[in-house]
Design a protein. Structure first.
Length: 507
């Protein structure tokens, strides 16, 4: 069998066929033309596979599905078959990962840049303001993070008109689906092999996706750097989480001793705590050691804490500060978190700003080539253009998790209102060029039902960065997440209910 191309190491191997000729780059054919008998079989097999392999989420129709594991599971929303994606753009996205990792690290060290960039936003956005307060406090006490860990995901869309791969955003906190997305690639590979004769496509064209094992491996390496065998990795979670299995995949990979393959045995214990629990049961010792429920915490892995709703009271903010002040390794630190804000993304896209952080001109050119148009709302020309042609823009506040952006006529209405009011609220937003990916026919499966849809895709590349002082231990891409959504939907979140998990079929 052909070894699939990898996304998870810096060098990207050539794809070879068994005959050593270059594979014919046949795109996936229109799945809407698959006859109904075959389609039924494919859906049935996909549903069985997902249930048996843990490609599952909590069912929104079952009340306890977000709090009690094993209760109310449903298969994750998926594309039935992978969708075509150009190999050259996929390679480009993989190549960008270590450069973005380095950029995040450099920017995070420039406290003044972060504070200055977000200073106007701070006045009008209470949530960003609280994050900045914690960051200021760390600057004041001269807090240094020697061991720095980033588990990021950079998201892209391929703009149809220009054929450019353009970055949507860079996520530095709580990047979801590293646990499940690798399973989707496995599922698609399994279906393509099984139905090879009927579908006429090659499962080897789905890139290897080791997202869960790679992230677990990096968390284990960070834990090792902390150098306390009895310490744990603490996953910070929301009290209710229907996407818990995505997270449990990482925790289990860290902890469980598999008989095979032995290489996966990290033997690192994990605990899961909400911010409120950390406030109630956590403390720091005089040397900065973080202890929660009498467990010493080596690594804090945030899968919560990115949204205002994660902080319903002062208790959650106290927990965030306690963790930041501690000597535990934070994934992410407050600086890494702020570096991932949309405002910082927009600032970095301004002329000569990347040059402040990176020396290598090739790297800078590569990053710049994937930047879409990004503007601050104090750019009157950009605002004027967006009012005239709102469909060409997206307005974004400093929020994560999907469902927060403004599109279409609402862009115009909001901009006109802000202009009239002359309010400072404009500093809460950035303006971004709207990207229009190619629309293609696809099959989306939700709650056991297959829908024929016209859709668009967004490619996310997971990446990890771990360093201890001057030593960079890991700087790598770690697999991918393909999300596909009906073309009429603006937003793309899977958890938010807009998109499904997909994988890519390289053409
Ligand atoms: P979040 O941090 O909430 O995920 P994003 O910037 O990723 O915010 O926006 C959410 C979704 O909105 C994306 O997944 C994508 O589907 C859509 N989107 C964001 N920016 C653009 C853009 N410039 N062009 C087209 N769609 C976009
Ligand atoms: Mg985001
Ligand atoms: Mg996003």
């Amino acid at each position: 069998m052909n070894s699939p191309p990898k996304c998870g190491s810096r060098s990207i191997p050539e794809i070879k066929t068994t005959t050593q000729q270059s594979l014919v780059k046949t795109p996936m054919s229109d799945p809407h033309t698959i006859d109904s008998e075959l389609l039924q079989k494919l859906v049935y097999d996909a549903l069985v596979w997902s249930s048996l392999h843990g490609l599952v989420v909590g069912d929104r129709n079952v009340q306890r599905s977000g709090s009690t594991p094993g209760v109310g599971l449903v298969h994750a929303p998926i594309a039935l078959l992978p969708n075509s994606f150009p190999e050259s753009h996929w390679n480009q996205a993989c190549e960008l990962a270590p450069i973005f990792n380095e950029l995040v690290d450099r920017v995070s060290l420039d406290g003044k840049f972060l504070q200055d960039t977000l200073s106007r936003t701070k006045k009008v956005d209470a949530f960003t303001s609280r994050l900045l307060d914690i960051h200021s406090r760390m600057l004041q006490i001269g807090k240094k993070e020697d061991i720095r860990l980033g588990l990021h995901r950079s998201d892209y869309m391929l703009d149809e008109n220009t054929n450019l791969l353009l970055q949507i955003e860079l996520n530095t906190i709580s990047c979801s689906f590293s646990g499940l997305s690798c399973l989707v690639s496995d599922l698609h590979r399994s279906l393509l092999s099984q139905y090879n004769k009927h579908l006429g496509v090659e499962s080897g064209r789905i890139p290897t996706n080791n997202s869960a094992s790679k992230f677990a491996e990096v968390l284990a390496k960070a834990w090792k750097e902390y150098n306390n065998p009895s310490a744990v990795v603490m996953v910070v979670v929301q009290p209710e989480e229907r996407n818990m299995y995505d997270q449990h995949w990482l925790g289990t990979t860290l902890t469980e001793k598999y008989p095979f393959p032995l290489i996966n045995t990290h033997n690192v214990r994990t605990i899961r705590k909400t911010l409120a629990e950390i406030d109630a049961h956590g403390k720091t010792l005089s040397d900065g050691t973080l202890v929660v429920d009498s467990e010493t915490v080596a690594v804090i892995y945030f899968r919560a804490g990115y949204a205002p709703t994660d902080y319903p009271s002062e208790s959650e903010w106290k927990a965030r500060l306690l963790m930041e002040e501690s000597s535990a390794i934070k994934c992410p630190s407050i600086s890494y978190h702020l570096t991932g804000t949309k405002k910082v993304q927009q600032e970095l896209a301004k002329p000569n700003v990347l040059e402040r952080f990176l020396e290598n001109k090739d790297d800078i050119a590569k990053l710049r080539a994937c930047f879409a148009g990004l503007w601050s709302l104090d750019d009157s020309n950009a605002v004027k253009n967006a009012i005239e042609q709102p469909g060409g823009f997206v307005m974004k506040p400093q929020r994560e998790g999907g469902g927060n952006n403004i599109y279409g006529d609402e862009v115009k209405e909001t901009l006109v209102r802000l202009q009239k009011e002359g309010s400072e609220e404009e500093a809460a937003y950035i303006l971004m060029q709207r990207i229009f990916p190619k629309v293609f026919p696809t099959l989306l499966v939700r709650e056991g039902i297959c829908y024929k849809e016209e859709a668009i895709s967004e490619l996310g590349v997971f990446s990890a960065y771990l360093r201890n002082n001057e030593k960079v231990i890991i700087n790598d891409q770690c697999g991918y997440l393909m999300r596909t959504k009906v073309s009429s939907s603006n937003e793309g979140g899977v958890a938010a209910g807009f998109a499904v998990l997909d994988s890519l079929y390289l053409t």
